[in-house]
Design a protein around this ligand. Structure first.
Ligand code: SF4
Length: 366
C-alpha cells in the first residue's frame, strides 16, 4: 500500500499516529491535484485500492444515510470517516465514484469529526432521541482499522460518553482475539457482518473473509461483550439461491444467541445502470448482472417484484419462528414486500425507524 499525505493534513493526530506505523510516505499538495496514471477507468479503480490518501476533509462528518427515493429507508446516520475500500466486490457501488479513486481517510477526524459527533450525541441524548450511527457506507468500517484505529476511537467515545445511541461497524473482514485485546465490551456497539452464501463470497467478494471466518468473528465479538448484526445484502438470484440463503440464516440462528443480535436485514441486488459496465469490465467472470432487471422507482435496476418476493419468501418460515425475539428489516424495499412477505404494515420511513429505535432503547437501557 502506498501512502500519500496532503500537506495540510500532516499536523493532525490521526496522520501522526499512522506515520509512526508507516514512515514511508509521499507528501502531496492536495488529493484533487494528484496526477493519476493514464489508465482506463477500470484499472484506475483497482490501482486506487492500493493508494491511501490522508486528507484534510472539509465536508460534513455526519450525514443521513442516502437511502433511496420511493422505498422505505431506516433513517440511519452515517459518521463519515473516509471513502473507498481495499476489498473488492463486483456489486460495490463505490466503483462508479470514478472521479475519486483511491482510499481516503479524513485526517482531521479526531480534531474535527469526533467533537462534532460528540455534540450531536449530546444534543440527541438531551432531547431523549434514540440514534443509530454507522461508518460503513462509503467504506468498510474495519478494513483499514489496523492502519487507522478509527473504530477503536469511536468505541472509546461510546464508553466515555454514554450516548443514547448505537454504533454499527459494518464489515466483511474477520476479527481476531488480538483485535479485542485493548477495547472494552459494550452492548451498544454492534459489529455487523454483511453475509452471503459461500459461492457469492468466493466469486464476487475479492479479498473478504470467508463466511465461516465472519461467523467466528461474530461469536468472538459476543464473547467480548459486544452486540452483532447481519446484513443479507445483496441477495443475488441464482438457481440454488432459494435453498442456500435460508440455510445460511439457519446456521446463524443456530450459532448466534438471539439476545446478542441487534438486527438482521435483507436486500436483494440493486444498482445504478452505470455500475454494470464498469463491474463487468473489472469482474469478467461475474454473472450477477445477467438476470433480468427492471428500473425501480429510484432509477436503480432491481429484480422484478415476483423474483424479489420469491427470494424473500425463502426466509419467511425462519423469520416467523423467531420474529418475536429478533428484529428483522428489509433495506430499501417497498411497502408491498413488507405486507406480502411479513404481513407487516410498514408504509413509511417513520414506521421502520421506530421499529429499529426500539432496539436502541433495549440495548441502551440494559
Ligand atoms: S466490502 Fe463493501 S465497500 Fe468494500 S468493496 Fe465490498 S461492497 Fe464495497
Amino acid at each position: 500500500m502506498e501512502l500519500f499525505v496532503e500537506e495540510r493534513a500532516l499536523k493532525y493526530t490521526l496522520t501522526q499516529n499512522i506515520l509512526k506505523k508507516f514512515p514511508n510516505y509521499t507528501i502531496i499538495s492536495n488529493y484533487e491535484e494528484y496526477k493519476w496514471e493514464n489508465l482506463p477507468e477500470e484499472e484506475l479503480i483497482t490501482l486506487g485500492k492500493r493508494k491511501l490518501f490522508l486528507i484534510h476533509y472539509l465536508g460534513d462528518f455526519l450525514k443521513p444515510c442516502p437511502g433511496t427515493k420511493n422505498y422505505i429507508c431506516c433513517g440511519y446516520k452515517i459518521f463519515h470517516i473516509g471513502e473507498g475500500c481495499p476489498l473488492d466486490c463486483s456489486y460495490c457501488i463505490l466503483q462508479i465514484y470514478l472521479n475519486r479513486p483511491g482510499l481516503k481517510i479524513w485526517a482531521n477526524l479526531l480534531e474535527d469529526g469526533l467533537p462534532f459527533l460528540e455534540r450531536y450525541l449530546e444534543e440527541s441524548k438531551r432531547k431523549n432521541l434514540p440514534l443509530r450511527v454507522g461508518t460503513g457506507e462509503f467504506t468498510d468500517s474495519l478494513a483499514l482499522e489496523a492502519i487507522t484505529g478509527i473504530s477503536k476511537s469511536l468505541i472509546d467515545l461510546w464508553k466515555n460518553f454514554d450516548p443514547f445511541a448505537l454504533l454499527e461497524l459494518k464489515t466483511k473482514i474477520s476479527l481476531s482475539e488480538n483485535f479485542f485485546s485493548d477495547i472494552v465490551g459494550d452492548r451498544r456497539v454492534i459489529f455487523a457482518w454483511s453475509v452471503n452464501t459461500d459461492r457469492i463470497i468466493r466469486n464476487e467478494e475479492r479479498g473478504t473473509a470467508s463466511l465461516e471466518a465472519r461467523i467466528k468473528s461474530a461469536e468472538l465479538a459476543i464473547k467480548k461483550g459486544f452486540s452483532v448484526a447481519f446484513h443479507f445484502d445483496p441477495i443475488v438470484l441464482y438457481p440454488e439461491a432459494e435453498e442456500e440463503y435460508p440455510a445460511l440464516l439457519e446456521t446463524l440462528l443456530r450459532r448466534i444467541p438471539f439476545h446478542s443480535i441487534a438486527w438482521i436485514s435483507f436486500g436483494t441486488l440493486r444498482y445504478p445502470k452505470a455500475l454494470k459496465d464498469i463491474a463487468e469490465k473489472r469482474f469478467p467472470q461475474t454473472k450477477i448482472y445477467s438476470s433480468e432487471f427492471i428500473e425501480g422507482l429510484d432509477k436503480k435496476k432491481r429484480y422484478f417484484i415476483e423474483i424479489r418476493k420469491k427470494l424473500y419468501k425463502a426466509f419467511s418460515k425462519l423469520i416467523r419462528e423467531t420474529m418475536n425475539e429478533i428484529t428483522y428489516y428489509y433495506c430499501m424495499e417497498s411497502e408491498r414486500i413488507w405486507k406480502e412477505i411479513l404481513n407487516a404494515n410498514i408504509t413509511k420511513n417513520e414506521e421502520l425507524i421506530s421499529r429499529l429505535d426500539r432496539v436502541v432503547k433495549k440495548l441502551c437501557f440494559l
